[in-house]
Design a protein around this ligand. Structure first.
Ligand SMILES: Cc1ncc(COP(=O)(O)O)c(C=O)c1O
Length: 390
């Protein structure tokens, strides 16, 4: 049979970060000693009180469908969290719990973006935003940010890309891949453009708990006139080391949530019942486990920054948030793809080429420091040796 596929699917490529991890796994299966700094999965176990809550729920028979938007206890806990941490008031009915933050972003895009609608994507930006817009038959419009400006977001950078078809902007802070945390002034710049041009803002705040020094995570929905046009996206994967639980959420004004819920209920029905019980324990229980993980990431970002800066041709700023270093490798004379290729083939270190995050990411590579200090130190040593031996 001749297979035919939808054009919107043929228009996208598989996730490049998954491809990096697949190559690392393949080499490992062949007996190679590979250090994988490609992925975004915390190396910490989920805190035990969260695991116990989910296990107790399963043992008690909580293994069935639950309400499509999520169990009310969890939506109430999320509403309390959004009020306390983010300064935005949402009713539990304005929240949908999804199988991972990714599913929240996808459901929001599919609901809000129509064929031909343009969506501004800050470049470099997370690998899945543009393909998700393409799957909704929208048009991803990349807004290049400059390494020389610390990838700062300004109204001047945004304005040239606005057209009559611009419908939304996707914001990610703390940022994957750059490790930047947006300042109040940067959020104000985005908000001013959004208000002026009547745009929606999809605000991906999945790394909000992972900020260092005096960096402060701010939610754009809390700025004047922004709650009505913001879809707040968040989840449990990164803050609570719960990637395998597949649990995220979105919060938005009731009319938006009503429409997204149609997509969510027809596509996934609901997020896993016992995962949601674990998430209730995550929000209600002690937050010290987050502080312990942040302290480890804080130590490692220094280790990675200092180690990379000692390698000729590599310049690495100190990440302000998330768990990624995004060094500038232009001084090596290698493209980001050639550098990533060299590192996996000769150093057996898996990293993601900056070009995977958009053209403005070229000249950089992304290294995840959600892995042990020992492995990070070993990886830096191998990277230095492989680059020196060229
Ligand atoms: C910026 C960003 N948003 C969303 C996600 C989705 O995470 P999850 O689907 O595990 O909640 C990730 C995961 O890597 C991410 O880096």
């Amino acid at each position: 049979m001749e297979y035919r596929f939808a054009r919107r699917v043929l228009a996208i490529e598989p996730s490049p970060t998954v491809a990096v991890s697949d190559r690392a796994r393949q080499l490992r299966a062949a007996g190679q000693d590979v250090i994988d700094l490609g992925g975004g999965d915390p190396d910490f176990p989920t805190p035990p009180h969260i695991v116990e809550a989910a296990a107790a729920a399963m043992a008690a028979g909580d293994t069935h469908y639950v309400a499509s938007p999520g169990i009310v206890e969890l939506r109430r806990a999320i509403a309390d969290k959004l009020r306390a941490d983010n300064g935005v008031a949402y009713d539990p009915d304005e929240i949908i719990v999804t199988p991972g933050g990714k599913a929240a972003i996808y459901a929001a895009i599919v609901t809000l973006i129509d064929r031909g609608d343009e969506v501004l994507i800050l470049d470099p930006g997370w690998v899945s935003y543009a393909p998700e817009v393409t799957l909704a038959e929208g048009v991803p419009v990349r807004v290049p940010l400059a390494a020389e400006e610390g990838f700062a977001i300004t109204a001047e950078r945004l304005r040239p890309h606005l057209t009559a078809r611009t419908r939304a902007l996707i914001l990610s802070t703390p940022n994957n891949p750059t490790g930047r945390v947006a300042t109040h002034a940067e959020l104000e710049a985005v908000a001013a453009v959004a208000r002026e041009r009547d745009l929606l803002v999809l605000s991906d705040e999945i790394y909000e708990k992972l900020v260092y020094d005096d960096a402060l995570h701010l939610s754009i929905a809390a700025l004047p006139g922004m709650r009505e046009r913001t879809i707040t996206l968040n989840g449990f994967s990164k803050a609570y080391a719960m990637t395998g639980w597949r649990l995220g959420y979105l919060a938005a004004p009731a009319p938006i949530v009503k429409q997204i819920l149609k997509v969510h209920s027809h596509s996934v029905t609901c997020a896993a019942s016992f995962s949601q019980r674990g998430a209730v324990a995550a929000l209600a229980g002690p937050q010290e486990p987050i502080a312990a993980m942040v302290a480890a990431y804080d130590r490692r970002r220094h280790l990675v920054r200092d180690g990379l800066n000692a390698i000729p041709g590599v310049r690495c700023p100190l990440p302000e948030g998330a768990f990624y270093a995004f060094p500038d490798i232009r001084g090596t004379g290698l493209s980001s793809a050639a550098c990533a290729e060299l590192l996996i083939e000769r150093a057996r270190v898996a990293v993601t080429p900056g070009e995977a995050f958009g053209a403005a990411g070229e000249g950089h590579i992304r290294l995840s420091f959600a892995t042990s200090d020992e492995l990070l130190a070993g990886a830096i040593e191998r990277i230095g040796a492989a680059l020196a031996a060229r």
